[in-house]
Ligand binder design. Structure first.
Ligand code: ADP
Ligand code: ZN
Ligand code: ZN
Length: 752
């Protein structure tokens, strides 16, 4: 299956019944590796267990993929497995199959895919359970012990009394939260027969402490009810539903009610969200609603916590698993539904290493498990809309805002010939003034952080450029630094031009920091919050700022696309989009889709409650058809005409694409490799796949490396994949490939 080596050896060994173990090992090679069983046992092993094997000069941990009768390698050259680490698979069959599917579809080495899915502690070979992991309960005798008997052992008494209030017992981790060094004392109680311990699968990362008073659910409106009914009809079998609901239409409420049904029948739900740190409100709603354990999986968990969440999910203890893209690879005992919120969000596609789409693989997981999946968005991707048009997905619409909030009004502000104050037009400042007077909150959106994207010498024309990338350095005024947003390199700002020595250095263009400063001068009495990657770097700073916004201490919020994601600011009455023109003229065919999604999502932050909202868009191109269509007819209409354009140009979703990227320290090396790759493809191409390039990447040099790419496109997905299946093994053998770093991106979301 995963073998690329042609021809098989039939050796004396294959005659015996001793099987071959096919192992996934983290290595850049697109194949598995064959081993002999350990000297003792090993023939009844289940796929998905971890094994320790010799690999080159090292000992590594891998995963057993399958048992085979024969190998393409002669038996005398096969090595033995050193040790089997698990009795039960750490990757249950459904998850293992999903990962194998992913490694084939995305043409990524199976070992990296499979091992990459494991929590770090399991990857390192630790036990597949947590230490100190018991539930402690009072025994019958323990219950009869009166406080008097323990008057001289206050700590024993304390432990007994906290257990006395908990008929179900307390988890060791819960006890640790209240007491230090309690274990020896508990041990004494155990020896006396007053308490007992029960091996617990595990306590999830977070349980709702207020679970007893679960939140009241609102009565659904007609559209929500229709969506819920339709989804409930499909429980217990595979279906994909696109929940296409304008911002604030109550999609989350639909998820909640579906999940409630699913968990009441003893099944579990996976909920994928784009960025967990950015959606605390969503999480709180889940935690408030369900009285059952919710496991959270996100990047700032400790490795213990991650393993805990993984185990809680795998043993069925966590009813809901919420997480970002990689949470899809969590074992789930009894899956009932998968929900992908904001399914259009590009963060569901991993942009390096194993370049999978969590949304697309979630559909595969749901199909394999025979359960429904819901893809929700106010601005569905063109791919999903297309699938809905093709009737592959069920299209459920929530056309109106729930709870009576009105849709916002749009207004285009023509920037031409306007005197701009740091990127803000006089009209916009005037409108802001009005909204501030009538107690509204204002949200300004600019997708550029820092003070200014360029620093220029007015004397000689010098501009600060990154030494390692083909790009300008962004000027960060507060820290007096120049920073590259592509490779992260940075340096302090010189007071003088490095070329001519002039002190007349000027910041060109506008970033969020500069807007913040301009607004502080213009509205000195108003609280202003800036939300971008710089201002939220410190842990907790995001939450602090969100709280200040909720409490009304900050009335003007300025931010990057972080602001577009899922926050609920009920008092925002004005949304200003400061610069749309970048998105109107881009080489990427998805730029207009992205921009429309962004405008619609940002606009969705206005007037979410009783107060009506106004969305003001600053542009030099007010007559641009895309903008016109979007603001007069909405995202749906935009999407329809964008789909027509894609169809005419045979672009996705009307074709499938893959991108072969290569990079190296010399400019010609990646192009050489790609030319050879192109030539190699010829022998496998039935003529149905177009190969375009190779060409240098749009930003050729990044972090000191030159980058080039070769695009493959076909109106037949299967033709493209037939070619990739035969081609990628050959790429590994190309000599020119050794001098470059190359990667294949199947269904890329951007072509850079
Ligand atoms: P979305 O996920 O589509 O943005 P939400 O589910 O967050 O929408 O709903 C937006 C707001 O409307 C929330 O404050 C939510 O509590 C409220 N809401 C949702 N459904 C209803 C309903 N049926 N009746 C009243 N309020 C609702
Ligand atoms: Zn100069
Ligand atoms: Zn750089």
């Amino acid at each position: 299956m995963l073998h690329s080596t042609p021809g098989r050896y039939y050796t004396e060994h294959s005659m015996s019944d001793s099987p071959i173990l096919r192992i996934a090992i983290p290595s850049p090679l697109r194949r598995s590796f064959d081993y002999l069983p350990p000297t003792q046992g090993g023939t009844s092993l289940q796929p998905g267990v971890r094994v320790k094997v010799p690999f080159g000069k090292r000992t590594v941990i891998g995963i057993l993929l399958e048992l085979a009768a024969e190998s393409t390698i002669p038996a005398r050259r096969l090595k033995r497995i050193i040790e089997v680490l698990d009795k039960e698979p750490v990757l249950p069959p459904d998850l293992l199959n999903l990962l194998i599917w992913g490694s084939r579809y995305y043409h990524h080495p199976v070992g990296e895919v499979v091992m990459g899915a494991l929590p770090l502690l399991l990857r390192e070979g630790r036990l597949n359970r947590l230490a100190n992991n018991h539930i402690w309960q009072l025994t019958g005798v323990g219950r009869t012990i009166s406080a008097r008997e323990l008057s001289r052992a206050p700590r024993q008494k304390a432990l007994l009394s906290i257990l006395d209030n908990q008929p179900e017992g307390l988890h060791s981790r819960q006890i640790s939260q209240q007491y230090k060094n309690w274990q020896p004392i508990m041990k004494k109680l155990e020896e006396k027969g007053w308490v007992r311990r029960i091996e617990s699968p595990f306590l999830p990362v977070r349980m709702d402490p207020l679970s007893s008073k679960a939140e009241q659910r609102p009565t659904l409106n007609q559209a929500q009810q229709t969506a819920v009914n339709s989804l409930l009809e499909s429980t217990g079998r595979f279906s994909v539903s696109l929940l296409d609901g304008v911002t604030g239409s109550g999609k989350t409420e639909v998820y909640l009610q579906i999940i409630e049904q699913v968990i009441s029948s003893g099944r579990q739900a996976i909920v994928l969200v784009p960025e967990i740190g950015l959606t605390p409100q969503l999480l709180n709603r889940f935690l408030r609603r369900f009285s059952q354990p919710v496991a959270l999986l996100h990047s700032s968990l400790s490795s213990q916590e991650r393993l805990a969440a993984w185990l809680a999910s795998g043993c069925g203890e966590a009813a809901v698993i919420i997480g970002t893209r990689s949470a899809l690879f969590t074992p789930v005992k009894n899956l009932g539904v998968i929900i992908v919120d904001e399914e259009h969000d590009t963060s569901f596609k991993q942009q390096d290493g194993f370049r999978y789409s969590a949304r697309d693989m979630a559909v595969i997981r749901a199909r394999n498990a025979g359960v429904p999946i819901v893809l929700g968005s106010a601005t569905p991707s063109l791919e999903s809309l297309y699938n809905a048009q093709q009737k592959r997905y069920l299209h459920l619409s929530l056309p109106e805002r729930a709870g009576g909030a009105q849709p916002p009004t749009f207004r285009l502000l023509d920037l031409r010939r306007q005197p701009l104050q740091e990127g803000l037009s006089p009209q916009l400042l005037g409108i802001m003034e009005q909204h501030l007077q009538s107690e509204g909150q204002i949200l300004l959106f600019l997708n550029r952080r820092g003070f200014a994207p360029t620093l220029l010498c007015h004397e000689c024309g010098w501009v600060g450029r990154c030494r390692r990338c083909d790009t300008h350095l962004t000027f960060h005024q507060q820290e007096r630094r120049l920073r590259c947003h592509h490779c992260g390199s940075e340096r302090p700002v010189d007071p003088r031009c490095p070329d001519c020595g002039s002190v007349d250095l000027r910041a060109l263009g506008t970033g969020t920091e500069r807007i913040e400063q301009a607004l502080q001068q213009h509205f000195p009495a108003v609280g202003i919050a800036r939300l971008d990657r710089d201002s939220t770097r410190r842990k907790g700073s995001m939450q602090t700022m969100l709280n200040e916004i909720q409490q009304g201490h900050k009335r003007i919020l300025i931010g990057t696309q972080m602001l577009a994601k899922g926050h609920h600011f009920p008092n925002v009455t004005l949304v200003g989009i400061l610069d749309t023109d970048q998105g109107l003229f881009s080489a990427d065919f998805r730029a207009s889709e992205r921009m429309s999604q962004l405008i619609t999502q940002v606009a969705g932050r206005a007037g979410r409650a009783e107060k009506p909202g106004l969305v003001v868009i600053q542009t030099h191109h007010p007559e641009h058809p895309l903008l016109q269509q979007l603001i007069t007819h909405g995202y749906q209409q935009f999407a329809n005409s964008a789909l027509k354009e894609r169809q005419e140009a045979e672009l996705p979703p009307y074709s499938s694409i893959a991108l072969l990227r290569a990079e190296a320290t010399a400019a010609e090396t990646p192009l050489d490799f790609l030319r050879q790759a192109l030539q190699t493809a010829g022998q496998f191409n039935s003529g149905e796949v177009f190969l375009l390039g190779p060409v240098p990447a749009p930003m050729e040099r990044r972090a000191g490396r030159y980058r080039a790419q070769l695009l493959l496109q076909s109106t037949s997905r299967s033709a493209l994949h037939r070619l990739l299946d035969q081609w990628t093994p050959q790429l590994e053998t190309l000599k020119s490939g050794r001098k470059v770093r190359w990667s294949l991106d199947v269904d890329p979301v951007d072509l850079f």
